[in-house]
Each structure stands twice: as structure tokens, then as C-alpha cells.
Design a protein around this ligand. Structure first.
Ligand code: GLC
Length: 501
């Protein structure tokens, strides 16, 4: 058994988590100050979004130097102080590694153009942020490939020197004491070298057939993973597979590849349908029967769980948290969920920070849409909605400075109550010790998802009415009315029954 199979992770969106030097941007000093808070919450590990020097076109996912700290977040000494304190708090740390692309101002782009992908003529490939994936570069008299923004230049993984550089970077951070990596869009590393045009679906959206999951990518991931494992025993390797297709996602979770991959098939659903959630849980069991799935309903790339799925209903938000923290898998809480944060609200384009939202807005304007209409489109696309500064339950502000991201932070009402719910549930989870147990039963009855793991029956009632469970046992988490063997579970409630008590 690996340590991480029992763990609960927490994604720290660096810019918005906690600002120690009061300049409006989260940093390592702030993060270190908040370690007791995270301990109190009861999470075991943190995933830190990129903190390297960056052009900040894509908020750090455009890395200019992989072996340094952006002054926005502090110095390498601040990082080391934080790591020391994290170790003392028994908090595991995994960091984001962006190997698909570098920022265009990375020194490699000038010194080693052969590290990148060039083409004399663009094909029809679109970047994931919209627009062509090729940009002309006068000096090279050729087009460079960028699957995201034009400042994020895709690396050529066909060049073995790129692998050699990558290993040095991984070694550097392993020596700094990190416990694992979250590999960004790792299935995008290779493309079809013949560059055939991509097809479109019926809605006119590009199907990314030839620019991800291409030949050679698994061998590269195997080599990176093997290198990490050879250099650190029990390192935790998480893959972001750019896809919501479960089979595709699951195919990267293998002993010689990644430990886990993000299950967007469940995590990025847009609407709450209990049947859909249940079906995804079942499919995850089929596709990942001997592997750990991941469980999450939020990240820095999507609207917040409270707004997107729970539609501001705190009971629903708690129920989703209940499911995420009790179903089989490794949970990733997104920062702010533990206090019930909602989506950030924007009044004007000047408040946007996300390249994806800004590009969508600009495209709409260029197509002649009004300011208001363009803002609406931009708001639908911008990932800024989930990136607002943290609102802490103890009322201490994220920063006294002007925050890096504007817009209105919806104050989480009753943040303390939500925090207590999370910490009670996390404590129960730790004490009850069911995390690695398989499902002995996984069923949908009416609008209730039920599963047995170890000695516990978990019941998540997504219905609007009471649900009656006839089971001999004792309620050990959640509120329910028990009368002999009858247990009435209220609407939108999650309950755990100990069947052996
Ligand atoms: C991943 C990140 C996202 C970023 C993209 C490009 O999907 O989560 O924030 O924009 O990769 O690096």
C-alpha cells in the first residue's frame, strides 16, 4: 500500500491562497502561516499550482525557469522554510510540473529552437484557448506550435535533450524534498508528426484527434515516472490528462505510468444529476478496478462546486463533499470549498485575468458583438470564476493589499459551519479507516447513492424527501433518525452507518 492511497489532497491556487507580504498575491510566507489551518482542516497533502518565474500569461502555466521561484511568491528560502514547516506538520507536498510547453521567454526558445515544434505552414489545428495553434516566427522563418496561448510554446519531446533537461528539473525538486508531481496536460506531449488536419464534431468544435494521445507519449511518461521512482521511493505521480473520456484517462494510470489521473469524467460535470454521478462511479470501478480513481468537483480550471453544481445550496455542497470524501478514490479538495466559497463575479473585462476568458471576449468583440454580449461570453469561458482570493472562516483577510484578481468575492455565508463539516468528515474518514477498502455494494436506489466499504454503509440522499434505510447498525456520521433497524435519512443528507456496531 502506498501512503497516498489513504490521503486527502488540497489544491492550493498559489495566487489566491494566502498573502504573507500584503502585495495582493498569495505567497510561500502566507502558505506557511496557514499550515495550522490546513492541519486543522485535516488534509494530508497539498498540490501547489506553478510558482516558477513566469510571464503570467496563463497564471504560471507559462514557465520561464523551472528551477526557481517567481519573486511574486517569495524566494527559494521562503520555499524551503515552508517545506520544513510542512514536513513538521506531516503535510505532503506535490508540485505542478508543466512539461508540455515553456513560456516563449524561456532561454531555451532562443538558445535551443530545436527543443520546440516548427512547421513551414500551419494546418487547421486550433489551440485549446481558441485561434490557430501556430504562430509565425520571423527569425526562424517558420511557425511554432503552441497548443495553448501563443506565449506557451510546445516542447518537442522527439528531441532526447528535452528529456535530459526534464530529468534535471525533476531531480532538482526531488532534492528540495517534494513528495510528488502533478503533470500538466501530460497526454499532449506528442503530436502526429504528419500533422493531418483535425476533424470537427457536429457542433463545429474541433476533435483533437492528432494533437494528443499520440504515439510515443506513454513511453515518455514511463521514462519520466521511472526516473522519479528511481530517485524517490514512494513518490506520488498525478497526471492531468487533457480529456474527459474515462477510458483515455484510465489508460495512463498504470504501474509503469502514473499513480493516478484526474477523473474529469466525473469532476467536470456541469449539472447535478444523481444518475449521472452514480453511472460515472460505476464506470470508474470498471475502468480502474485495480487502480485508485481521483475524486473532485472543483479545480482552478472550472466554476466552483458551490455555484456550478450546488447552485448555492449549502446542503448540496455538503452532500457532494460527503461523496467525494467517502467514495473509493483519492480526493482533491479545491481551496475554498471547505468554507463554501462561490464563484467570483465580474462587472467588466478589466477585472478578468484568465487568458481563456480574455481571448473569448476579444474574439466576440472582433465578431461585432456588443460589450455586454462579449462580457457574457467571456464570463462563460473565464476560469477566473473559481480563482478568487480565499475567504477564511476566521475572518482574517487573504491579503490587506489590492488583490491580483478583481471582481466581487462572494462572501461565504456561514463559512465556519462548512469548515466544521469538512473537518469532522475528514476526521471521521481518518479514524474509520475505510479508505482503501473496495465497494462491497454500490447501488442507486431512487435518488440515493449507497455503498458499503469495510464495515460501513454510506448513504448519500440526493432526493428532496426522506429516505428510509432498513439496516441493523448505528449512525456514526451525519444526522438521521434511527428507530430500531429503521433509519430515516433526511433530504440532501449524507449518513454513515456502522454495520458492525
Ligand atoms: C492545465 C492547467 C490549466 C492551464 C493548461 C495549460 O489544464 O490546469 O490551468 O491553462 O494546463 O498549461
Amino acid at each position: 500500500m502506498h501512503w497516498f492511497e489513504k490521503s486527502v489532497f488540497y489544491e492550493v491556487y498559489m495566487k489566491s491562497f494566502c498573502d504573507g507580504n500584503q502585495d495582493g498575491v498569495g505567497d510561500f510566507i502566507g502558505l506557511k502561516e496557514r499550515l495550522p489551518y490546513l492541519r486543522k482542516l485535516g488534509v494530508d497533502g497539498l498540490w501547489l499550482t506553478p510558482f516558477y518565474p513566469s510571464m503570467q500569461v496563463d497564471n504560471g502555466y507559462d514557465v520561464s525557469d523551472y528551477k526557481a521561484i517567481d519573486p511574486l511568491y517569495g524566494t527559494i528560502d521562503d520555499f524551503r522554510d515552508f517545506m520544513k514547516e510542512a514536513k513538521q506538520n506531516e503535510m505532503k507536498i506535490i508540485i505542478d510540473i508543466v512539461f508540455n510547453h515553456t513560456a516563449i521567454n524561456h532561454k531555451w526558445f532562443k538558445e535551443h529552437p530545436e527543443y520546440y515544434v516548427w512547421k513551414t505552414k500551419p494546418n487547421n489545428w486550433e489551440s485549446f484557448f481558441g485561434g490557430s495553434a501556430f504562430t509565425f516566427h520571423a527569425k526562424q522563418n517558420a511557425y511554432y506550435y503552441h497548443s495553448f496561448a501563443k506565449e506557451q510554446v510546445d516542447l518537442n519531446w522527439g528531441n532526447p535533450d528535452v528529456m535530459a533537461e526534464a530529468k534535471q528539473i525533476l531531480r532538482f525538486w526531488l532534492e528540495e524534498g517534494v513528495d510528488g508531481f502533478r503533470f500538466d496536460v501530460i497526454n499532449n506531449l506528442t503530436v502526429d508528426k504528419a500533422f493531418p488536419d483535425n476533424p470537427f464534431d457536429q457542433k463545429g468544435e474541433m476533435i483533437h484527434q492528432y494533437d494528443r494521445n499520440q504515439r510515443g507519449v506513454k513511453a515518455i511518461i514511463a521514462e519520466l515516472s521511472g526516473f522519479c521512482r528511481a530517485n524517490k521511493e514512494d513518490v506520488f505521480l498525478v497526471g492531468e490528462i487533457s480529456s474527459d473520456n474515462l477510458d483515455e484517462i484510465a489508460s495512463y494510470s498504470e504501474n509503469h505510468l502514473l499513480d493516478v489521473t484526474f477523473n474529469f469524467n466525473l469532476g467536470s460535470i456541469e449539472n447535478l444529476h444523481v444518475k449521472e454521478i452514480f453511472d460515472e462511479l460505476v464506470r470508474m470501478e470498471e475502468a480502474l478496478s485495480d487502480r485508485m480513481p481521483t475524486l473532485f468537483f472543483g479545480s482552478h480550471d472550472m466554476g466552483r462546486l458551490m455555484s456550478r453544481l450546488a447552485l448555492q445550496n449549502r446542503m448540496v455542497a455538503k452532500l457532494l463533499a460527503f461523496l467525494m470524501l467517502t467514495a473509493r478514490g483519492i480526493p482533491f479538495i479545491y481551496n475554498g470549498e471547505e468554507v463554501g466559497m462561490r464563484n467570483q463575479i465580474f462587472q467588466s473585462i478589466d477585472e478578468f485575468r484568465d487568458v481563456q476568458g480574455i481571448q473569448a471576449y476579444e474574439l466576440a468583440r472582433a465578431q461585432g458583438l456588443s460589450e455586454k454580449e462579449a462580457l457574457k461570453i467571456g464570463t462563460e469561458k473565464t476560469r477566473d470564476v473559481g480563482r478568487g482570493p480565499l475567504v477564511f472562516a476566521d475572518r482574517k483577510p487573504f491579503s490587506k493589499g489590492k488583490p491580483w484578481i478583481l471582481g466581487r468575492v462572494e462572501t461565504a455565508t456561514d463559512a465556519t459551519d462548512m469548515f466544521q463539516f469538512y473537518s469532522r468528515l475528514l476526521k471521521f474518514r481518518k479514524d474509520a479507516d475505510f479508505q482503501t477498502r473496495p465497494y462491497e455494494k454500490l447501488v442507486l436506489e431512487g435518488e440515493t447513492i449507497q455503498f458499503i466499504r469495510g464495515r460501513y454503509l454510506f448513504v448519500a440522499n440526493f432526493g428532496e424527501t426522506d429516505f428510509l434505510v432498513k439496516e441493523a447498525g448505528v449512525v456514526v456520521f451525519g444526522e438521521a433518525k434511527q428507530n430500531g433497524n429503521d433509519c430515516t435519512i433526511g433530504p440532501l443528507c449524507g449518513v454513515v452507518i456502522d454495520l458492525e456496531a
